[in-house]
Design a protein around this ligand. Structure first.
Ligand code: TYD
Length: 206
């Protein structure tokens, strides 16, 4: 595999899509072919699964939720992401397996290693070259969402404690694998965050 696989992680309202778009523009200016994608919902099947996972009314058991995200991921990686990486492209992905470990593991209190193993099975072991964590106090993330949203999905609607567990889950993952992660304070100005990300990505492009 010759491409570069970069994922963005963080709580809701942490600014992942803003950073991803700016990074994609910079990479394209440098002559790279970039695939911008996301989970859940990066494929046609994923769009249907996303609607179920995020907007279906009523309870979904935590293991069922984890399996639905894993199904979306398996199809997305097999049909879109791996082929792009094999063509040598840069894949910029909003959320990946670390979202499952943080939300379904730390958030829903499933065993983090089991959730990770499920995703690794789903993707035949694909790990990103770099994962950017936009770390933010969930209360600040919530305030940003409130300014731009009228409807919340099933995860966003969870209690503050859930989002604090997610945040701590992410920080623990980053501490376990410091070479793969770039942890940034998402309350910093957008331009400052972008230049830290470009700095790190430029080392991976050589
Ligand atoms: P996202 O697409 O980032 O939401 P939005 O487009 O509304 O900003 O993600 C949707 C939600 O799904 C988000 O709250 C995080 C959650 N999620 C998980 O719980 N597990 C996962 O594996 C993934 C990929 C997302």
């Amino acid at each position: 595999m010759t491409g570069l696989f970069i994922t963005l992680e963080g709580g809701d309202g942490s600014g992942k899509s803003t950073q991803s778009q700016a990074l994609a523009a910079w990479l394209r200016d440098a002559g790279r072919t970039v695939l911008e994608t996301r989970e859940p919902g990066g494929t046609d099947l994923g769009v249907e699964l996303r609607e179920i996972i995020l907007h279906r009314r009523g309870y979904i058991a935590p293991r069922a939720e984890a399996l639905l995200y894993a199904a979306d991921r398996a199809h997305h990686i097999a049909t879109l992401v791996r082929p792009a990486l094999e063509r040598g492209e840069v894949v910029l992905q909003d959320r990946y397996l670390d979202s499952s470990v943080a939300y379904q593991g730390a958030g829903r209190v499933l065993a983090p290693t089991e959730v990770r193993d499920l995703s690794l099975w789903a993707t035949e072991g694909l790990l990103p070259h770099l994962t950017v964590l936009l770390d933010l106090d969930p209360e600040l993330g919530r305030a940003r969402l409130d300014a731009s949203r009228t409807r919340y999905d099933r995860l966003e609607a969870e209690q503050a404690e859930f989002h604090e567990r997610v945040r701590q889950g992410y920080l623990a993952l980053a501490a376990d694998e410091p070479d793969r992660w770039l942890v940034l304070d998402a309350s910093l100005p957008v331009d400052e965050l972008q230049s830290s990300i470009r700095d790190r990505v430029s080392h991976l492009l050589d």
